[in-house]
Every structure is written in C-alpha cells, then in structure tokens.
Design a protein around this ligand. Structure first.
Ligand SMILES: *[C@@H]1O[C@H](CO)[C@@H](O)[C@H](O)[C@H]1NC(C)=O
Ligand SMILES: *[C@@H]1O[C@H](CO)[C@@H](O)[C@H](O)[C@H]1NC(C)=O
Ligand SMILES: *[C@@H]1O[C@H](CO)[C@@H](O)[C@H](O)[C@H]1NC(C)=O
Ligand SMILES: *[C@@H]1O[C@H](CO)[C@@H](O)[C@H](O)[C@H]1NC(C)=O
Ligand SMILES: *[C@@H]1O[C@H](CO)[C@@H](O)[C@H](O)[C@H]1NC(C)=O
Ligand SMILES: *[C@@H]1O[C@H](CO)[C@@H](O)[C@H](O)[C@H]1NC(C)=O
Ligand SMILES: *[C@@H]1O[C@H](CO)[C@@H](O)[C@H](O)[C@H]1NC(C)=O
Ligand SMILES: *[C@@H]1O[C@H](CO)[C@@H](O)[C@H](O)[C@H]1NC(C)=O
Ligand SMILES: *[C@@H]1O[C@H](CO)[C@@H](O)[C@H](O)[C@H]1NC(C)=O
Length: 475
C-alpha cells in the first residue's frame, strides 16, 4: 500500500509511528534557563515541603535572590545588545519567508539601555507572591520587626514587594526594611560578601564554559545561517537569542524565542550545561572561595535558630535579599547539590563538570539553584509524636521549597536532624569553611575585615524603614 501514498501522507504515517506507546515527553525551556529562569519550584528532590508528621516550624530564615529583572549588565552588554543591534541593522532580510524565524518580521527588542537591572512587573509579582506564601506557611509566627536587603535597587525593590505581600490588611507599616550597604570593604558583614572578597573573580568560569558554548552552538549556527545567510549568526548570537527567551518572558510575559521550533530541547540542555559549568567555577564547588564566602550567613542564621525559645531579641522569621552569587555559595557551605556526594572526593570535583561533554547526572543545576527569586531556607521545628523519633527540636534546610538532605545530619524525621546533630554539623562546616578574611586575602585590599555576619543582632543599622503600599504616583 505504501507506494500509493503521497510524500506528505507517508511522512505523517512515519511520524505517527515514531511516537512510541508510552511516550509522555514534555519540555519547558523556562525550566532550563539557569540564572535567568523565572522563579519556579523544581521539586529537586521531590521531598514533601510540609513539616514531617508531628512537627511544626517554630522559627525560620530565608536568603533570597532578587526577583526577575530586565537584564543584568553583563548579559546585556555581552549578548543581548549586540544581537539586538545586529537585528536592527539587518533590515534587508525577509524574515517572513523563513519558517523558524518568521516572527522576527514583526518583533521588536524588549529591553533598552535604561531599563537594565530594574525589576520587571513579573519580578514584583514573584516577590509579592513569596511574601504571601510565607505568610501562609508561617501563619502562627509573630510578624518580623525587620527584614534585610543589600542596597541595590533590584534587591531593595524585591524586598519591598515581599513586605507588601506579607503584611496583613490593616497592618501596613509594621515591618522595617533594613538596607545593608554593598561595601567593597565590608568583610563578611554584608549580604554581598563576595564583593568584598578580593579572591573572588566575577569572570571565573567564562573560560571553561566557552568550550561547551562553542560546541553546542555550532550546529545551531549552521542551521540558522543556512536559513538566513545574510545575518551571519555567531555563537554569541545563538546564546543571546536563547537568553532573550528568558528575559523577554519576564518582561512581556512570553517570548517567541522560547519556541521549540526554533531551538529544540537538546539545544536548551546545551545552553543550560554551559551556564552550569560557568556557575560551578564561579560560585560553586569549582571555586576555592565559595564555601568560605557562604559560611558566615549559614553560621549567623543557624545561631539565630539555635537561640533559646524565650529569647525575645530573636525574631520568628528572618528574610534577607541578595544577588545571584550568594545563595549558591551558601549551598556549597552547606554541602548541598554536591556532584561528588555518594562517590568521588573533594579533589575530583572539577572532573564532574567536563567542559566538552554534558554530565546529565549532575546535582549542580543552575536552573534549580539560582533562578530569579531563588531562596534557601533554614527551619527549626518542634516535633512531638513523630513516630519513631524523640520529641524535641529538629532542624532542616529547604531550597526553593524542597527539603534537602544534609550530609551527616539526618537523625530526625524526613530530612531533619536533631539539635545535637545540627550543632555538630555546623561545627564541621565551620572547620571546613571558617576564616573568610584569610581565604579571601582581604588584607590585600583593606585592613578592617571581619569573619562574622552580625547584621541580624546589631542595632546600629536601625530598625529600617517602612515601605507602605504602592502609591498611585509610584512607578
Ligand atoms: C550597526 O550599524 C552601525 C552603523 O552602521 C555600526 O556602527 C554597528 O557596529 C553595527 N552593529 C552591529 C552589531 O553590527
Ligand atoms: C571598613 O571600613 C570601610 C571604610 O570606612 C567601611 O565601608 C567598611 O564597612 C568597614 N568594614 C567593616 C567590616 O567594618
Ligand atoms: C561573520 O561573523 C564573524 C564573527 O563576527 C566574522 O569573523 C566573519 O567575517 C563574518 N562573515 C561574514 C561573511 O560577514
Ligand atoms: C562533596 O562531596 C565529597 C564526597 O563526599 C566530599 O569529599 C566533599 O568534601 C564535598 N564537598 C563539600 C564542599 O562539602
Ligand atoms: C577546580 O578548578 C578551579 C579553576 O581552575 C581551581 O581553582 C580549583 O582549585 C579546582 N578544584 C580542585 C579541587 O582541583
Ligand atoms: C512543642 O509542641 C508541644 C506540643 O504541641 C508543646 O507542648 C510545646 O510547648 C512546644 N515546644 C516549643 C518549644 O514550642
Ligand atoms: C559563628 O558565629 C558565632 C556567633 O556569631 C561566632 O561566635 C563564631 O565565631 C562563628 N564561627 C565561625 C567559625 O565563624
Ligand atoms: C594576598 O595579597 C597580597 C597582595 O596582593 C599578595 O602579595 C599575597 O601573595 C596574597 N596572599 C595570598 C595567600 O594569596
Ligand atoms: C528600634 O526599635 C526598638 C523597639 O522595637 C526601640 O527600642 C529602638 O529605640 C529603635 N531603634 C531606633 C534606632 O529607632
């Protein structure tokens, strides 16, 4: 019969036959966009976010990256602006005749120079939503007196949106927002301790990640240049167009660059791995300073949670806003998302992120670790009647709402551990990662460094300012 079928009919018959019986393959590029991913909860691992049986949270602390912005300056200057400019220069191309790129005949760039780094509407929504979500989750907690943010506009505005989402009706102006200056000489006592660490390099990882960038973009470039030779697509154009999917989505709500007809699932996985290699060397296990820069937050926060239940100077809930660098460094300090856990060693960690091949089994996934609004939480729980466990205090860590298994701290229900085990774990992590100033060699640049984060207990910073509700004349 086959010989009587036209080409189109034959193709559709083959295509239908190519879908195996049990295939339920789905792919959402927005969940593979590394540090540019709109907030989502990847369920990594798929542990239950609710407290274990018999337990309830009595104190919690959150470290949160700012929510979605128009574009960070590096991405803008390196990839987005060159692509947008080239697009605007190439007015002679008839995009409408090229199927996968026909949308470009009516597309206009979504970002201007002036908007870079500002929070988008989606960003405000994300942060407000987290405020509402925390208010539900901890509805038995006293309202926090203060929450903290690093001083940049995008972190401050995120914190403001969270406070507005959190404050109950009739209680506007009850939470003070404390702005912590992003000092270059602040030692460990800021929410941007990587900035004051001379041994941290913002460009670390670019060299290693460029290897996979060249590799995965080569066939895409060939395909696009076959369709539109006059544009002369480069590797950076391809990387930038895929980044555009992320940014245009958080600016306009959707983006034609996310279409799977333009970039297929494996193309997105190549983009994602390139980003993961970069972050591994920049703020992950491949950097020699990550753990030491992340530890002061871990130590300060754990000590707040460990404080006596009747210590009136301690809040029930702490929330602090920072930039993309700190949460992953905190994860290293905590030993989470470690590719070498359950095998391998400290020494072989770089081998888990080869430059020229995707390690699909890696734990270190930037899309799960540092999307916009990514958050790391520490909770203290009071457990009574958890079958098989003693009544008492337990501790756990969540990343984007997924409870995490802490290395060597697992003697409680679910992913929790007991107070004694948590204290010992904290001590162990401190043995590995204390000495911020020495590891960062701060004395090369300033002499008044400190190894501890004291913003939560000191009062010189004042009580912060109230943020009110959005006024009609506000942007
Ligand atoms: C766009 O055109 C302008 C003016 O000819 C030129 O200066 C600029 O380098 C071009 N930009 C790109 C990315 O091609
Ligand atoms: C060190 O001094 C500088 C300049 O006065 C200041 O900005 C910084 O916050 C100080 N660092 C610490 C850890 O106190
Ligand atoms: C295409 O772009 C590359 C990289 O910018 C450049 O080296 C090359 O000369 C360009 N080719 C053409 C035909 O313009
Ligand atoms: C990662 O896991 C390996 C193997 O368990 C361990 O030796 C190493 O110390 C861990 N790294 C950190 C920073 O916790
Ligand atoms: C991993 O690579 C980075 C960058 O080359 C290097 O600084 C670091 O020491 C390496 N880590 C290990 C454990 O070899
Ligand atoms: C823990 O929960 C039990 C049972 O609800 C309660 O009696 C006890 O006071 C709680 N302890 C703390 C420290 O909150
Ligand atoms: C941890 O924090 C406590 C309380 O601020 C401090 O006394 C201690 O020195 C810190 N530990 C390390 C290893 O930095
Ligand atoms: C610290 O910085 C100084 C001045 O730049 C330099 O001479 C020294 O070698 C550095 N020390 C370490 C341990 O990197
Ligand atoms: C902060 O608030 C406390 C009471 O909650 C008050 O005693 C203190 O004076 C306030 N500090 C400042 C600098 O306003």
């Amino acid at each position: 019969m086959v010989q009587y079928l036209g080409a189109a009919a034959l193709f559709s018959q083959l295509a239908a036959a190519a879908v195996p019986l049990y295939s339920n393959y789905e792919f959402n590029p927005l969940e593979h966009l590394g540090g540019n991913a709109p907030y989502f909860e990847p369920l990594d691992p798929q542990t239950d976010p609710a407290p274990p049986q018999g337990c309830s949270a009595t104190r919690a602390a959150y470290l949160v990256r700012h929510a979605a912005i128009y574009a960070n300056d590096f991405d803008y200057e390196e990839y987005l602006e060159p692509f947008m400019e080239k697009f605007q220069n190439n007015t002679g191309i008839d995009w409408s005749s090229i199927p996968s790129l026909s949308f470009l005949s009516s597309w206009s760039p979504p970002i201007s120079d002036a908007e870079q780094e500002l929070l988008t509407r989606v960003g405000k929504l994300e942060a407000t939503q987290l405020g509402v979500s925390l208010s539900f989750r901890y509805n038995n907690f006293a309202l926090p007196k203060r929450i903290w943010t690093s001083s940049a506009e995008r972190t401050y505005e995120s914190a403001k949106a969270l406070v507005r989402g959190f404050e109950p009706a009739g209680q506007d102006n009850t939470i003070g927002l404390v702005s912590v200056y992003e000092a270059d000489a602040g030692g460990a006592n800021t929410l941007t301790p990587y900035s004051s660490c001379p041994e941290y390099s913002g460009s670390a990882g670019s060299e290693q990640s460029s290897v996979y960038l060249e590799k995965y973009t080569a066939p895409i470039m060939a395909r696009l240049n076959d369709a539109a030779p006059a544009f002369n697509f480069t590797a950076d154009d391809v990387y930038g167009m895929m980044e555009m999917c992320a940014y245009e989505t958080v600016i306009r709500g959707s983006s034609p660059f996310c279409s799977l007809d333009l970039f297929r699932p494996d193309d997105w996985l190549g983009w994602e791995y390139t980003a993961d290699v970069q972050y591994h060397y920049n703020v992950g296990y491949g950097s020699q300073v990550s753990g030491a820069v992340g530890f002061p937050w871990v130590n300060a926060t754990a000590n707040l949670l460990l404080a006596d239940a009747d210590d009136a100077s301690v809040q029930d809930l702490y929330v602090s806003f920072t930039h993309r660098e700190l949460p992953p460094m905190v994860l290293v300090a905590l030993g989470l998302f470690n590719n070498s856990a359950f095998g391998g060693s400290e020494a072989t960690i770089n081998a888990t992120m080869p430059s020229d091949t995707i390690n699909y089994r890696r734990a270190w996934r930037s899309s799960h670790i540092l999307p916009f609004l990514t958050n790391v939480a520490m909770e203290k729980l009071n457990c009574t009647g958890s079958y098989g466990y003693d009544d008492g205090e337990y501790y756990r860590v969540l990343v984007n709402n997924a409870p995490q298994p802490l290395p060597d701290c697992a003697d409680g229900p679910g992913t929790t551990c007991s107070r004694a085990a948590f204290e010992e774990y904290l001590q162990q992590r401190g043995d590995m990662f204390s000495g911020y100033s020495a590891v960062c060699n701060t004395s090369a640049e300033y002499s008044n460094s400190t190894d501890v984060l004291t913003i939560y207990t000191e009062t010189e910073g004042g009580n912060g300012t109230f943020v009110g509700k959005r006024a009609m004349w506000e942007q």
